[in-house]
Design a protein around this ligand. Structure first.
Ligand SMILES: Nc1nc2c(c(=O)[nH]1)N(C=O)[C@@H](CNc1ccc(C(=O)N[C@@H](CCC(=O)O)C(=O)O)cc1)CN2
Ligand SMILES: Nc1nc2c(ncn2[C@@H]2O[C@H](COP(=O)(O)OP(=O)(O)OP(=O)(O)O)[C@@H](O)[C@H]2O)c(=O)[nH]1
Ligand SMILES: [Mg+2]
Length: 449
């Protein structure tokens, strides 16, 4: 499969100032030379040429060649930078295909870089995440993974495991002498160190996955609490209908927003109460489902009224125990000294906001950013379910090794656990990945990557 020459546009479809078409594989350099009508290119030097294309077309273009192994893919590669008309891009692709190239599958360039050892699996995933990034925080994490920060952290754990295994195996080789190449206390200490490192790594997974995949923030409360007004204030536009009539919002309203660099789907819901008509009842049940699946619930409470409000809001708040929740007292501009004090069940962290004059909105945004923000471990964050489950396998094997070592158990059992932990770490970096794992990762790439 790696023997074929592949070609694909690296720039998005449609009109642009320029377009880049990339080739990788044997014959890439000869092929562009033929299109340019010249033979010699200095590797890695952009060269201005007149391209000869099918149907009598031509274009003034720039070609760069990369001789294997000094390219992104590790193969012979070439790039053609043309004027950005889709007609020219098509003509270049046709010309390449006519000369034996095949149009690349999604992610195939990066797959080749991985198969040729230019990137590990974590770095290859980071290429896709970098292209998909919509916030600076997502770019920061994906760049650091592409640069190798997470891979190095995992490799360091693997090295420590390999050292411990060598010491344990050496001890096994001299059973009669009863000689240990590592003292039992030192072994327990080093295993605990590994186990702690693994746990800290796993501790970054929830926020890392939220950063990559986005989070769900749901605004909830009783009717007329000021939820839709708060929704609009956070979005900084007049998205939802706001009226003094309780029960105004019926359906869920979802819009994109960003807090602390985390892409968020912000949802406004119907006020939760015993509904009398069928439409409202459906709205309330959708609101409850949305609350159940939220990463963070913002409970809006209007304390300007008679206080009946507060008792039903409190029931809702109590159902959120153990979840990420923020209590927001709305309509701060109307609250006089006569207004009800903030009840103690809201906790000391309740925020008073006003959608009308904007007071407290920035504080709410910071609170959301703090809850959703990254928990990094030495600047390294797990970002995918794949990372999380392999780190968990590693963590389980390590804690097993710790308990065996603490109980003075046999070296053979500890060795088996360490082998399992090491395998999980190697799978994380894709040292020897099965074809179906690779297929599922690379098929999510965009064309030309
Ligand atoms: N024009 C262009 N821009 C691009 C890429 C590309 O392929 N082409 N990239 C594609 O994703 C990214 C840059 N990544 C690259 C990674 C490695 C090599 C490369 O030639 N590596 C050689 C030489 C090493 C060196 O001198 O730094 C190698 O690894 O041997 C090039 C680009 C983003 N920008
Ligand atoms: N003075 C003032 N009035 C507010 C504020 N926020 C909301 N209101 C008023 O409170 C009423 C209800 O506001 P909404 O935002 O529609 O409340 P809601 O919680 O979405 O209501 P439902 O969709 O019916 O559940 C409207 O008359 C708003 O103008 C505020 O910060 N200050
Ligand atoms: Mg509403």
């Amino acid at each position: 499969m790696r023997e074929t020459l592949i070609v694909a546009p690296a720039t998005p479809p449609g009109r642009g100032a320029l377009a880049l078409i990339r080739l990788s594989g044997p014959g890439a350099i000869e092929l562009v030379a033929a299109l340019a009508g010249r033979h010699v290119f200095r590797p890695r030097v952009a060269t201005h040429v007149q391209l000869r294309l099918p149907d009598g077309l031509s274009d003034s273009a720039v070609i760069t060649t990369f001789a294997a192994p000094h390219s992104f893919t590790g193969e012979d590669a070439a790039e053609i930078s043309t004027h950005g008309s889709p007609v020219i891009v098509d003509a270049v692709l046709q010309a390449c295909v006519a000369r034996g190239a095949r149009v690349a599958r999604p992610g195939e360039f990066t797959l080749r870089a991985y198969l040729n050892g230019k990137l590990d699996l974590i770095q290859a995933e980071a290429v896709a995440d970098l292209i998909d990034a919509t916030t600076a925080a997502q770019v920061r994490v994906a760049s650091s993974h592409l640069e190798g920060a997470l891979s190095r952290a995992i490799a360091a754990m693997g090295d420590e495991i390999a050292q411990l295994r060598a010491l344990l195996e050496a001890s096994l080789d001299f059973p009669d002498e009863g000689f240990h190449f590592i003292e039992p206390e030192a072994l327990v200490g080093r295993l605990e160190g590994l186990s702690t490192t693994c746990e800290r790594l796993m501790g970054s997974a929830a926020s890392g996955q939220r950063l990559r995949d986005g989070a769900l923030v749901v605004i909830a409360g009783v009717p007329n609490a000021g939820k839709s007004s708060l929704f609009n204030a956070l979005l900084k536009r007049d998205r939802a209908i706001v009226t003094p009539v309780p029960g105004t919002t019926r359906d869920l309203l979802a819009e994109g927003a960003t807090f602390g660099g985390v892409p968020v789907t912000l949802v406004d819901t119907a006020g939760i109460r015993e509904a009398t008509d069928a439409v409202e009842r459906e709205g309330v049940s959708r609101a409850e489902e949305s609350v159940a699946s939220a990463d963070v619930v913002v409970l809006v409470l209007d304390l300007g009224d008679d206080g009946d409000d507060a008792s039903s809001a409190r029931r809702l708040w109590d159902t959120l125990g153990g979840r990420s929740r923020i209590c927001v007292i709305s309509k701060g501009d109307t609250r006089t000294s006569a207004a009800l004090p903030v009840p103690s069940w809201c906790g000391p962290d309740a925020l008073v906001v006003s959608a009308k004059d904007g007071a407290g909105i920035a504080a709410l945004e910071s609170r959301l950013a703090a809850i959703l923000g990254q928990a990094t471990w030495d600047g390294v964050t797990l970002t995918r379910a794949r990372h999380r489950s392999l780190a968990a396998e590693c963590g389980m094997a390590l804690s097993q090794a710790v308990s065996t070592a603490r109980a003075g158990g046999s070296e053979e059992y500890i060795l088996a656990d360490l082998k399992e932990a090491l395998t999980a770490l190697q799978d994380l970096r894709g040292v020897e990945s099965a074809d179906d794992v690779l297929a599922s990762i690379f098929s999510t790439f965009c064309l030309g990557k």
